[in-house]
Design a protein around this ligand. Sequence first.
Ligand code: FNR
Length: 335
Amino acid sequence: MTTRSKRKDEHVKLALAQHEKNNDFDLMRFYHHSFPEINYRDIDLSTHYLGQTFNYPFYINAMTGGSEKTKELNRKFALIAKRYGLMMVLGSQHAALDDKTLEESYRVVRDVNPEGFILGNINPNASVTEAKRAVEMIHANALSIHINPAQELTMDEGDRDFSHWLHRIESINKELDVPVIVKEVGFGMSRYTINQLQKIGIKHIDVSGKGGTNFVTIENTRSEGKRFSYLENWGLSTVESLIEAKPFMNKVEIMASGGIRNPLDVIKALALGAQAVGLSSVFLKMVHDKKEEEMYAEVDQFIDELKRIMLLLGKTNPRELTDTDIIWEGRLKER
Ligand code: FNR
């Protein structure tokens, strides 16, 4: 097994070991009204983003590929994406860009779901040619580029030169004929970052903030020395990032991910203005070691709970959710 394949498997193992914790979504509540005045059966969760209409406002966010074990995970994610019509983002394809024998662990997603809306995934060191190869490999409908400086810094083998990242992203965005979405990996985005991306022409952003999977913790555990434990609280939460993103929401399509633990968090992120909401660790736990019927039962339940909360809020479609019904607690109150 290559070093990279080993790292992919370790990421999965360590992400599965991370326990759900409190995060900034707990600082938000909704006003309660006792007469919702709608019927459960009238709720329609369909949502429009990336130029498409999807059945649901949530998607399977970037995770895996690049090893035998992650191929099986990708197959299961693809089965879910197909059954429910969800967008699916692949994990970083660099392993396969460097070693063709690993392509199968990504291609499986297209084989299982030929008509699905699938996003490729690369890092901003990629050249335009590599970006095009990543798209071709899986006939991607769009390409996501992950920016992860905090993770790179805590890895011994990580990048130390970020001076070309924005420029690379700009070139890839210009040269590709599919949409490009730029995402973080759990450290969030500031107004400054979003402005930089908007200025170079990026139209789709996933702020992917702090509050769920924590890659400083994961890399610390991998390196055993736990050298960077003091950085484990680094980053902006998904809630903070969405507040930062608000002034851009009429110009850029903003997606949210990072620390979405349950259907209520999905609804909170939508109420803060996200067009769609990405889940990684929740889906990882839904498919890992599960039989197909078990994972479908979990997704069915997730969707049913989303609808029940919409019912409680008296909203029939996600586009009716706004931040006016939010009650803030604690330090986010003044924002
Ligand atoms: C990730 N994530 C990720 N992101 C990315 O753009 N490329 C990648 O290759 C990976 N790899 C990866 C592996 C594993 C096992 C996990 C759990 C996550 C980051 C992911 O897309 C997301 O941004 C964060 O995980 C935060 O979301 P959750 O997990 O809190 O829902």
